[in-house]
Design a protein around this ligand. Structure first.
Ligand SMILES: *Cc1c(COP(=O)(O)O)cnc(C)c1O
Length: 421
């Protein structure tokens, strides 16, 4: 069962001020979840979550997570700029980027961020651009398949990220020779995992590598970053990950591999995005049309520009029709947006209660990689983002785009002056 964090009455009250479509986030849920995560890793001295900004790049969300003790994980110049303006600096920032432009790398260096190199050639790239900081991370790609209990979870061998095993050893030797004092290791091997075993397995791979790297290169490995990849169940009937069990699984690997090798003081980092935010966001949209042709269609005022995952990945997102939570799901619908693209469907052949024009639909689990992946195709405008605060009030944390915003980048031509405020 997935229950929305707003009722029909609350949604109607909000819509009076902020018309649909909009994304809304649940502050209480975000804070509760962040605290559970910290509890699960409290056994590790120095543990810290660096929220993956790309999942939900909004300063108000970053500030909530900052209050819960999180740092940020950035991958671009503008993410670094936003984090800087929210008061993150130095060791509050992980910079895990790839195909990194000079400007971005310089900004990360100037902010004193932990820099995570994605390639062995980035040693000289960084050195020539800025010099080498005291601490450097390297991103590891073990190649091949990543398997969990004989099931292939992902294919690092096909992924563009990271250094090979041999390159990790070479990089640590080179960095050490160039005066780098402390080291970190990072890897991201599978995305949106719904199993309590992903992190423990990844951790043992990285812990074993750390032991070997230390033995062979003498590097002082202070940090191991397990990155993102803990998923959420988007389906209503698949159980969620249990973060306490995940934390204990990593703890066991830590005690078995690092502690006996005198590496019990390594600090663990995570860079979770989806796990931190996805369940605590809804896309709220209204049914504005219906049509009955070869199939039954529900037309919404939101479209794939507001939530790309179903169109791009065929992802399931649960839908609740507000006020009809207990009505029988006896109608089969395609729930669509208005793009001139037939993949603009939030749901295909979904069994839902009978929907009428004007009904409010909650699309669940849109708090991460939702608004963030938005775009402007068909001249569609980005929606507002709202925050449902702990006291029940609602705050606008990003206004909706206007036509004027959309035309703004033409404002040197004069052609669209009529519509640019
Ligand atoms: C996307 C990303 C994350 C966050 O991934 P989630 O699946 O949202 O947890 C973390 N680190 C890096 C380097 C990423 O690219």
């Amino acid at each position: 069962m997935k229950t929305p964090f707003i009722t029909k009455e609350k949604a109607e009250e909000i819509i009076k001020e902020y018309p649909t479509p909009f994304h809304i986030y649940d502050e209480a849920g975000i804070r509760w979840n962040a605290r559970e995560l910290y509890k699960a890793f409290s056994w590790n001295k120095g543990y810290r979550e660096f929220f993956a900004v790309k999942a939900t790049p909004n300063p108000y969300i970053l500030n909530i997570l900052k209050e819960e003790g999180c740092g940020v994980d950035c991958s671009s110049l503008t993410e670094l700029m936003m984090s800087e303006c929210c008061g993150f600096s130095g060791s509050d920032i992980m910079f895990s980027s790839n195909v990194t432009p000079e400007e971005d790398m310089k900004k990360a260096y100037d902010l004193g961020a932990f820099i995570n190199l994605d390639d062995i050639t980035h040693i000289e790239f960084l050195e020539n651009l800025c010099g080498l900081p005291e601490t450097v991370f390297c991103r590891f790609n073990p190649g091949g398949h990543f398997e969990l209990e004989n099931k292939i979870m992902d294919d690092p061998g096909d992924a563009k990220y990271g250094l090979t095993r041999e390159q990790m050893f070479e990089a640590f030797k080179r960095l050490k020779a160039k005066g780098v004092k402390h080291f970190g290791i990072h890897a991201f091997l599978a995305s949106n995992t719904v199993t309590n075993k992903y992190y423990p397995k990844l951790a043992s791979i990285l812990f074993e590598l750390a032991v070997e790297l230390k033995k062979e290169t003498g590097a002082d490995i202070k940090y191991i970053n397990l990155s993102g990849g803990i998923g959420i169940s988007y389906l209503p009937d698949v159980p969620q990950n249990d973060i306490a069990v995940i934390g204990e699984g990593v703890h066991k690997a830590f005690d078995e591999i690092l502690v006996p090798n005198g590496m019990g003081d390594v600090a663990l980092f995570t860079e979770l995005g989806r796990y931190m935010l996805a369940p605590y966001g809804h896309l709220v949209t209204k049914c504005i049309h219906q049509k009955h042709i070869y199939k039954e269609y529900i037309g919404c005022d939101a479209c794939a520009c507001n939530l790309m995952r179903p169109a791009m990945y065929g992802s399931y997102h649960h839908i609740t029709v507000l006020g009809k939570e207990n009505a029988p799901c006896d109608h089969k619908y395609d729930v669509t947006g208005g793009l001139c693209e037939n993949n603009d469907k939030f749901a295909i052949d979904r069994m839902l209660p009978e929907i009428e024009i004007g009904d409010i639909l909650v699309i669940h689990d849109t708090g991460a990689h939702g608004f963030a992946m938005g775009y402007n195709y068909n001249g569609k405008l980005r929606s507002a983002e709202l925050l449902l605060k702990e006291d029940g009030s609602v705050q606008l944390i990003r206004r909706a785009e206007t036509p004027s915003d959309y035309f703004r980048t033409f404002d040197f031509t004069g052609i669209l002056d009529k519509y640019i405020e």
